[in-house]
Design a protein around this ligand. Structure first.
Ligand code: GTP
Ligand code: GTP
Ligand code: MG
Ligand code: MG
Lengths: 292, 278
């Protein structure tokens, strides 16, 4: 692992007495490799390395009896700080219902996550309702109904011949009239470069004024995570991120990339296919996972 | 990255960045850069156009080394199993494949062996309905191996040319789910010698280094015969298949470039290599 690699790097140089800047450069190269292997975007890696370079070159490291540990601590602390720090709870509306929109690429886990959030909200004492605004994917509405059944949360749908904008509007109206205080809108997966479909999301947003727009990102996403996050942030001003499929062994560097490029908090992580597999995001755990 | 530039360290760094961006992975990228630097020295290359075409050709060669299209055996049933982690595009790719075979005049049958995920059977049925193809299914929650078995018997009795089996998405690190997929393959091979004739791993082009672990573990469990690389219509390059083809020798047989039924093409190493630098 990275800690051992840096130990190795410094061991080779221990005989030469005090550590020099060149030795730290070697350690920084190992850190860069580790972050790239963890799928952190290469530009984010460059920025991160230059950020920690000064601290790593400081005399606390150069004169330390355990310089490798010092360097690892600097990296870990910086990663943890970068990924944490902001509000990680759902922003509730001043007057109900709170409207939450789930968006993201195809297959990232939106529909399943909508069900997980619905169950979580229900267990927390709220009255959530799910809105089926994916009219494109075969059996998407049925999928949300099954998910709703399993979580004990009702589903509002208008079939697949009505526009998602209208479904969202009517869904909110129905929620208000029936006393639901949380509305979770499941949208169709789409490419961030699909102008028409990105515009559709903007129109849904303008029509229902969500309190939260959550980008669902697959934890195994590679370098492309920055492109996706940047586009969704620019078009929709997303308010948060949910990292799905963290129960796999992907290092999850996409988490750092997405946070670095949007500044949005990662609010939850998906850790399984069942509807109770939703956990709050822990930045320090994510940091050590990324570092491997 | 434009041609007509002088050959300097900055150019090499830019090439490196392009390849890293393409998800080839730092280890593969370093190996490729090492190769390029050696060739540049050995052949006295002094212009950037030549360096670019050198690296594009090297990548194409790696991919061509293990490249073969999917070929159906004529005059008999061909069983194709489609596997992969969650959400990568298995079910959609099966619909696309079924469409291709049907247009070639083949009699196609589908097996809905994802008995776990919400509305998975309905999703496959909707695609099949659009194509006029039959789906063999059982209740949600039933044993997927039993569905695969039923589908195989039905395909044999109906004298189908192709049976494509859809399976549930599963993370490669989940031992019980990997045992389940091995069992599905065992049941198929016990019932028909030589089957399954194809075991295709579906990989999402947006996936990073974890795709290597996916390919390794699914290959160890099932002996993959090919890869379908989906979602290349996005901005992700899918470069992770370069180390996968290079190290595991599994050929990429198709690419998915959209959500429509026609959005499936045979893999072209030259086009893929070229696209890495777009
Ligand atoms: N292991 C695991 N699987 C997950 C998780 N979240 C979702 N999935 C699975 O990922 C697959 C895709 O999930 P969906 O909810 O259909 O994804 P989606 O974003 O709604 O897909 P589209 O609507 O087609 O864009 C399904 O097989 C889910 O069961 C997770 O946290 N862990
Ligand atoms: N843009 C694009 N989307 C695709 C492609 N292939 C599949 N999709 C979409 O990806 C999402 C997931 O596809 P599925 O076929 O349900 O994936 P799956 O692997 O069967 O998912 P699970 O069974 O839940 O594991 C759907 O929204 C598809 O329309 C592709 O090549 N390009
Ligand atoms: Mg969905
Ligand atoms: Mg499927």
């Amino acid at each position: 692992n990275l800690s051992e690699k840096i130990q190795q790097v410094f061991k080779k140089l221990k005989g030469k007495g005090k550590l020099t800047e060149k030795d730290i450069e070697a350690a920084l190269r190992e850190i860069r490799l580790a972050l790239l292997e963890a799928d952190v975007n290469y530009k984010v890696v460059k920025e991160f390395i230059s950020k920690i370079k000064n601290k790593a070159m400081g005399h606390e490291v150069l004169e330390s009896l355990t310089p490798a540990q010092q360097v690892i601590k600097i990296v870990n602390d910086e990663l943890t700080e970068l990924m944490g720090g902001s509000q990680s709870k759902i922003e509730l509306a001043d007057s109900p219902p709170t409207v939450i929109m789930l968006v993201g690429l195809q297959g990232s886990g939106k529909t399943t996550t909508a069900g997980k959030l619905a169950l979580h909200m229900k267990k927390s004492g709220y009255r959530p309702i799910l809105v089926a605004a994916d009219v494109y994917r075969p059996a998407a509405v049925k999928q949300l109904h099954v998910v709703g059944e399993k979580s004990g949360v009702p589903v509002f749908d208008m079939g697949t011949e009505v526009s998602p904008v209208e479904i969202a509007q009517k869904g909110i109206k129905h929620a208000k009239a029936s006393g639901f205080d949380i509305v979770l809108i499941d949208t169709a997966g789409r490419l961030h470069i699909d102008k028409e479909l990105m515009d559709e999301l903007v129109r849904i947003k303008d029509a229902v004024l969500p309190n939260e727009i959550l980008l669902v990102v697959d934890a195994m996403t590679g370098q492309d995570a920055v492109n996706v996050a940047e586009a969704f942030y620019r078009e929709l001003n997303i308010t948060g991120v949910i990292l799905s499929k963290l129960d796999g062994d992907a290092r999850g560097g996409a988490a750092l990339s997405v946070k670095a490029v949007t500044g949005c908090p990662i609010k939850y992580v998906g850790v399984g296919e069942k509807l109770d597999a939703l956990e709050p995001f822990h930045p320090e755990r994510m940091a050590s996972r990324i570092l491997g | 990255l434009v041609g007509g530039r002088k050959l300097d360290e900055e150019l090499f760094e830019e090439i490196e960045d392009v390849l890293i961006q393409g998800d080839l992975g730092i280890n593969t990228v370093l190996e490729l850069m090492e190769f390029v630097r050696k060739e540049v020295k050995a052949k006295g290359i002094n212009n950037s156009d030549e360096v670019l075409s050198l690296i594009k050709q090297k990548i194409e060669d790696i991919l061509k080394e293990n490249c073969e299209p999917l070929k159906l055996i004529s005059g008999q049933l061909n069983v194709i199993m489609v596997v992969g982690v969650n959400g990568v595009g298995k079910t959609t790719s099966i619909a696309k494949l079924a469409n291709k075979f049907k247009k070639d005049g083949k009699r196609v049958l589908l097996g809905a062996a994802d008995t776990f995920r919400a509305a998975a059977i309905e999703q496959l049925e909707e695609w099949a309905g659009r194509l006029g193809i039959e789906v063999i299914k059982q209740q949600e929650g039933s044993d997927p191996a039993a569905v695969a078995f039923d589908a195989l018997k039905a395909a044999q009795s109906r004298k189908a040319d192709v049976l494509i089996i859809d399976t549930a998405g599963r993370l490669q690190t989940k031992k019980n789910l990997m045992e389940e997929i091995k069992k599905i393959k065992r049941v198929i091979s016990r019932e028909m010698s030589g089957a399954p004739h194809e075991v295709l791993l579906v990989l999402d082009a947006t996936t990073g280094q974890n795709a290597i672990s996916q390919a390794k573990l699914f290959n160890e469990a099932l002996e993959l015969t090919g890869i379908i690389l989906t979602k290349l219509d996005g901005t992700a390059k899918g470069g992770i298949i370069v180390p996968i083809v290079n190290e595991l020798g599994i050929p990429v047989k198709f690419i998915g470039v959209g959500e429509g039924i026609e959005d499936l093409y045979e893999f072209d190493p030259a086009k893929f290599s070229e696209a890495l630098f777009d």
